[in-house]
Design a protein around this ligand. Structure first.
Ligand code: PLP
Length: 372
């Protein structure tokens, strides 16, 4: 353990393993590793390398800054797709980094072509809205946009869409992914004829693991690469290994008498004499304040409850009347200890969120330690 207040250990062997798992699930389709948002808080450069070692053939990011970071780190030859719309200056930088760019409308194409040198190799993926309702050109305008791109001198190298409910396997929305798939599939042959060699892609992690028909030529996987089940279940079910393990130590352990209170607002009082531990992790580290009086962490291989209000820099836990800890012992916030394990999904469920938000929230203050 370093001198950091807390550290997030990132298991790169697990990233590589998960890439192999996803690549296998994708069948003939290639794997694009989605490393946006610093690889969902896991470290983009290291995770990109590990995913490539596990068989990924391309990378995807949300911004030009994220693409530049990867190029600067020496990831020179790999395809990088920027999935979010770009301003003109961002487009210029994207072309400078030899990135491929997703476009959803004519203005996006025009912004890109306005900054492209006459001989530039502008490579675009036409994104189609088959039901996500966010990015993407309406289905019946997709071909017109692609033709316009070709006429403008761009190379149409990709046709893509994004599923709204790939992770929803029961209830009224369970069938919607199929509907999107059917709409998208109808478009593919025309695009393949018109743009030979085009890469057709739709599936995120959930889509990849759920339906081989959704995999087309390439799959775009993020969350599963980081060892979280896209369905919110046990990652082991899908042969995924959790990647992040967030660890700290007890800074201080004190004995509390009955009725003594802990923290801001005095939201917790000891019901009996007990040992209370203070841990140097707070909401500024990404331990959400709404885990006050409801989260758990692992100490000595057992689950102990977070008590009182989560503060900016600290949390407190009830170690129990029989606790033997007196400070310095390891605390696990995400990960396993002994036979116990806390997943990002478990934390997410407590707060009505998803694992993505939990790992993305782990702030830069928490040292990332890449292992493997
Ligand atoms: C983030 C993102 C993905 C990856 O989704 P996961 O659920 O993390 O696998 C795929 N496609 C697009 C367009 C995205 O924005």
């Amino acid at each position: 353990m370093s001198d950091a207040r807390s550290s997030a250990y990132i298991d790169l062997d697990a990233v590589r393993h998960n890439a192999v798992t996803l690549d296998r699930a994708a069948g003939q389709a290639g794997l694009m590793a989605v490393v946006k948002a610093d690889a969902y808080g896991h470290g983009a450069i290291e995770c990109a390398r590990a995913a490539l070692a596990g068989g990924a053939v391309a990378l995807a990011v949300a911004s030009v800054e994220e693409a530049e970071e990867l190029r600067l780190a020496g990831l020179d030859d790999v395809t990088i797709l920027i999935m979010s719309p770009l301003t003109e200056p961002a487009g210029l930088r994207a072309l400078g980094q030899r990135c491929e760019v997703a476009i959803s409308d004519l203005p996006a194409l025009e912004r890109l072509m306005a900054v492209a040198a006459p001989d530039a190799d502008v490579r675009v993926h036409v994104e189609v809205d088959t039901g996500m309702g966010r990015l993407g050109v309406p289905l019946d305008h997709a071909l017109a946009l692609a033709d316009a791109a070709k006429i403008a001198g761009a190379h149409v190298v990709g046709l893509m869409t994004h599923f709204a409910t790939a992770d929803v396997t029961d209830g009224p929305e369970a069938g919607f992914m199929r509907e999107q798939l059917v709409r998208f599939r109808a478009l593919a042959p025309t695009f393949r004829d018109r743009f030979p060699g085009i890469t057709v892609h739709a599936a995120n992690s959930a889509g990849t693991l759920r339906d081989p028909d959704a995999c087309f030529d390439m799959v775009r996987c993020g969350i599963a690469l980081y060892g979280c089940s896209p369905f919110g279940g046990d990652p082991v079910t899908d042969d995924l290994i959790p990647v992040m393990s967030w660890r700290s130590r007890l800074s201080l352990v004190k004995h509390f008498g009955s009725r003594e209170s802990v923290g801001y607002g005095r939201t917790w009082r000891a019901a009996r004499g007990t040992w209370v531990g203070t841990i140097p992790v707070g909401y500024a580290d990404g331990f959400a304040r709404d885990l006050s009086n409801c989260g758990e962490v692992l100490v000595g291989g057992r689950r102990v409850p977070v008590i009182g209000t989560v503060s900016m820099d600290l949390i407190t836990v009830d170690l129990g009347p029989e606790a033997t800890e007196r400070g310095g012992e390891e605390v696990v916030i995400i990960g396993s200890q002994g036979r116990e394990r806390i997943t990002a999904d478990e934390i997410a469920r407590l707060r009505g969120s998803i694992s993505y938000e939990v790992t993305c929230a782990v702030s830069p203050r928490v040292a990332r330690v890449h292992v493997g």
